[in-house]
Every structure is written in C-alpha cells, then in structure tokens.
Design a protein around this ligand. Structure first.
Ligand SMILES: [Zn+2]
Length: 421
C-alpha cells in the first residue's frame, strides 16, 4: 500500500518509553537520606489520604486535591528530602483515588516496614545526570543525594531523553535505580512473510514442547531452580521455629528474602535468554490462547512462588518478536490441538489426559501427544498468518505484539457435545 503523505519525505517517528535498571552503591550517609525519603513519602501519602477521607465525609462526592506544600510548612523535615518524590507520591495518590472515590474501596494507609521501599523523582534540566570519572568509576547525580556510585553494566544511547528515575531497595538490602527514557524511533515495519515458524505447547512432565523439538524445556533445564526452592523451604522451616520479632528471626527473614530474590532473578534471567533466542530464530511463534491457570503449570517454576512463568515467557516473547517486526500468534483456545490428528484432521474424542501416545482410528497414524498438538498449532498458525498477510480484517495485532482472531464468541463449542447417543 502506498502512503498518502508522499510530499512528506521524512517518515514519521514515534516516541516510545524505554526503561533501564542499574545497581547503585550509596554511601552510608546517602543510604540514610534514601531511607528518610521513603519515610517522608509514606508520611505524605498517609496525611494526604487522611485529609481526603475526612474532606469526602463532609463534602460528599467531592475530591480534595492538595499538594504536600502545606505539610512542608508544618513539618520541616519534609524539606530535607527530594521534593519531586513527595509530589510524585501525591500524584500516585490522585491516580488511585480518581478511580476509587467515592466508592467503598479506599486506598490503604502505608505502614512502616511494610510499604514499598522506593521513590520516584523527575528529570528537570539536568538535575539527574550520569557522570563518568575514570575508567570504571561512574556516578549518577541525583537531587539532594548528590553523586551516587552507579554500576553501568551497559551504556545508555546519547539520544535517549531521561524522564524519571526510581530509587529502590530490595529485600536483601541492595539499591537499584531504574531510569525511564523517551526514545524517538521509527515504527517497526511488520513482516508479512513468515518462512521460519515455531509452535510451543505446554505439557505436564516435559514443561514445554515445540514443533521442531529444539527449544523445548524440561525439568532438567531448571533443576537449579528446584534446588533453590528446597533451600527456601528449609530456611522457612527454621524461621517458623524462631521467636517472632527476635533478632534471630529478623536475620532469618532477611536470609529468606535474599533467597527469594535470587530465585526471582534466576527465573527472569532464564526466561529472558530463552525468549531472546526464540525471537531471533523465528519469524513467528505460535502458542495456544489457553487459560493461564492451566498454562502456569507448564513453567510455574516454583510452587511456593505464584509468579506465572509461562505467562511471563509469552509476554517477553511477544514484545521481543514485535521489536523485530515479527508476531506471536495466539490460536483460539477452543481449537482442538490435542484431539485432532495432524495428518487427516479427524478428531479423537476419546483421548484422555493420561494418553501419551495414540493411534488415529481414521488414518492409522501413531502420535506422540505433545508433538501432535504442536504440529496442529503450527498448521493452524500458518493459516492465520496467511490470512493476516492477505489483509484479513477479522484478525487483530495487539500493541503487545500478539496476533489473534477478533473475539466474537457468544457460545463455546467445547460445551456443545454432539455425541448422538
Ligand atoms: Zn488421522
């Protein structure tokens, strides 16, 4: 298709947000100020929320929108910390009140020790800046804090414009800063030809299977995760025998927090690497748009941790493919991927969950359950990709990079059984 704006020689660009996270090593003094800032944000949140609630009681249905300025007059310690952090707290409160007031659900007060340990500040006229000193010595200039040692594990492109920065502390006492940038970029040209396509399906003992047989994930691949999980369980049992609130108890909790953090990082790292490899090797990837609760079993690394591994994997895969103009195809959840014979397309209605192998009664082909499902997904995905390539408007490409059929379902054909007898 020809673009209508021919006289405009320059192709239009779009602004996207990009985020990068770095480890920072604040000095003892800076750490105290960061903790103070967390505390002041909590103070502002609680006070403004309290004011709002009492105002709303008197003036039904009206919203109070005050800034932290009057609090600053009464409580001088608020001036010691970054004022942008306090304003962002107020803005966050506004955001959560706008939807909820005057309904029953009111934002919660924040308790000491339980609140999230982070604050956000904004970039205004180079108040935040990366400063290089020496070969490996890098600092980030932050309001009130001054120069904080930063570990720049990757470089930031010069043309990226900083928007805001969030300072946070993890459960294990490490400090990080995540920087958000505005990046001007040309919209990605989406592929319309897909030579190299892969399908993934989840399966219980094997976690994840793929049509080509490569890129599969077995329990063996994540054994390190299971080991870590066992250690967490062991330390948790120790904790349960300790006196609540004692010094030992606190230390043990810290230790467990560290292990959880390690597990989270390892899982994320593993999934990033896997999705990165897959997105580079294929033009399109096909998965089933299955209920995520079933799906979570597939790559749910830990029983104790409710994070959904497969969901995370799919999300990562979608945006990584999308960045390269590729797509993640979601096949309708009512597509009978397991029960259909990939050779003759007749359906085996008697197939049970425990059948690993089965013979098609129509054509005699013998199938390995997981492989058969993948081949079916691949065939169905191919049809969808072809329809999309030819401009079929009943398919939509979501901003997340997922291509799927527009939802038109009023009835579910899985509920309609036509057994006859
Ligand atoms: Zn068959």
């Amino acid at each position: 298709m020809e673009e209508k704006t021919e006289k405009n020689e320059k192709p239009s660009t779009i602004i996207v947000s990009k985020c990068m996270e770095f480890r920072i090593n604040p000095t003892e003094e800076q750490r105290i100020l960061i903790w103070k800032t967390f505390g002041c944000c909590r103070f502002v949140w609680n006070h403004l929320l309290d004011e709002r609630i009492s105002y709303e009681k008197v003036n039904k249905g009206k919203l109070l929108n005050t800034t932290p300025a009057h609090l600053k007059k009464e409580h001088s310690f608020l001036s010691e910390v970054d004022s942008m952090a306090l304003i962002n707290t107020q803005l966050n409160l506004n955001q959560s009140c706008r939807k909820l007031f005057p309904k029953e659900k009111v934002p919660k007060f924040r308790a000491r020790g339980k609140d999230k340990r982070s604050y956000t500040t904004n970039w205004i006229n180079t108040n935040i800046e990366i400063i290089h000193k020496g070969d490996r010595e890098n600092y980030i200039k932050l309001p009130k804090l001054g120069l904080v040692r930063i570990i720049l594990h990757r470089s930031i492109p010069d043309e990226w414009r900083m928007k805001h920065a969030t300072v946070k502390e993890t459960a294990s006492g490490k400090f990080f800063i995540s920087l958000t940038f505005d990046v001007e970029t040309r919209p990605t040209v989406m592929k319309r030809e897909f030579d190299n396509v892969e399908a993934f399906d989840y399966s219980m003992p094997n976690l994840i299977v793929s049509a080509s047989g490569d890129n599969a994930i077995t329990a063996e691949d994540i054994h390190w995760y299971r080991n870590l999980e066992k250690r967490i369980a062991k330390e948790q049992r120790k904790l349960s025998r300790m006196r609540y609130g004692s010094r030992n108890y606190q230390e043990q909790r810290h230790r467990i927090g560290k292990l959880h953090e390690k597990a989270r990082n390892r899982r994320k790292d593993f999934l990033h690497k896997l999705s990165c490899n897959v997105s580079r090797s294929f033009d399109a990837v096909i998965v089933e748009d299955i209920n995520l609760q079933h799906m979570s079993q597939a790559l749910n690394f830990g029983k104790g941790i409710s994070d959904n591994g497969f969901g995370m994997f799919r999300t990562m895969l979608a945006y990584k493919l999308n960045e390269q103009g590729k797509v993640l195809v979601k096949v309708d959840r009512f597509f009978p991927s397991s029960k259909r014979c990939c050779c003759c397309h007749s359906e085996n209605r008697e197939l049970r969950l425990e059948d690993r192998y089965w013979r098609c009664s129509a054509c005699g082909a013998v199938h390995f359950r997981d492989k058969n499902a993948c081949y079916n997904l691949l065939q169905e995905g191919d049809i969808l990709l072809n329809r999309w390539a030819s401009g079929d408007s009943s398919l939509i490409l979501a901003p997340s990079g997922v291509l799927s059929e527009k939802k038109l379902h009023t009835q579910t054909h899985s509920n309609v059984r036509q057994d006859g007898e």
